[in-house]
Design a protein around this ligand. Structure first.
Ligand code: 0O2
Length: 208
């Protein structure tokens, strides 16, 4: 177990640092009076049993985990609105302290399960006791509704060990569609509020 601790230590460091950095955006938006595209940020190092499971499932040799398992360090960024997702992706692409190595867009094209999220794999340098080590981390960017769905689907998958009964699967797909409509409805509401605010500001400006 001790060896896992040593192997995973830089990943834990990367998760901790990336959480602080991405949470920082929220505060920076707040002080400048702007709406933050980030609602909240979570992160985790993949638990050892999940690492072993996935390595087996994908036939990844354990000595190649650092290059072939991209989500040992995982960060999740939750947004209020679908539009915010690409704003967050833009912020990440523009950072100079990491390199984007891959992007997977499960929003334009959702997964068969109904899963939606935008995944960015980044290479992130960690300063370790043996010098700099560049590690891979996966950042998942999604709305609150996408997160709600994914969290529940993930725990059901865990409960049924990946064999969700067909009727439950069908319900989950309907739930994913409902989450999609909720996101659309919320975007529409935001748009209408924004237009109303613009009209109000314009009216006041005309009075001056
Ligand atoms: P955990 O427990 O979250 O760590 P693959 O695993 O083959 O689908 P790949 O190539 O490893 O995909 O990477 P990808 O596509 O970026 O997806 C990996 C992660 O995305 C998963 O990690 C989940 O966190 C999330 N994800 C992908 N598809 C689904 C889905 O259908 N439902 C839910 N709830 N989450 C999904 P892990 O390792 O599977 O699990």
């Amino acid at each position: 177990m001790m060896e896992w601790d040593i192997f995973l230590a830089p990943y834990k460091q990367a998760v901790d640092e990336l959480k602080v950095k991405l949470r920082g955006y929220r505060d920076l938006h707040e002080v400048s009076g702007k709406n933050s595209p980030i609602e909240f940020v979570t992160g985790r190092v993949k638990p050892v049993p999940s690492i072993l499971d996935k390595a087996k499932r994908k036939a990844i040799p354990l000595d190649q985990l650092n290059t072939q398992m991209q989500d040992l360090a995982g960060i999740r960024v939750m947004c209020q609105f679908v539009d915010d997702i690409m704003k967050v992706v833009g912020l990440i692409r523009g950072r100079t302290d990491l390199t984007v190595v891959e992007e997977r867009d499960y929003i334009s094209e959702k997964k068969k399960s109904g899963y939606r999220s935008y995944h960015i794999v980044v290479q992130y340098p960690v300063q370790t006791v043996d010098g700099e080590k560049k590690i891979l981390a996966e950042i998942q960017v999604r709305t609150l509704a996408m997160n709600f769905w994914a969290t529940i689907e993930h725990s059901l998958n865990y409960k049924y060990k990946g064999n969700i009964p067909t009727d439950v699967k069908a319900r989950l797909i309907r739930a994913a569609e409902a989450a999609f409509r909720l996101d659309e409805e919320m975007s529409q509401i935001r748009e209408e509020i924004w237009v109303a605010q613009q009209r109000f500001l314009q009216k006041n400006a005309d009075k001056d």
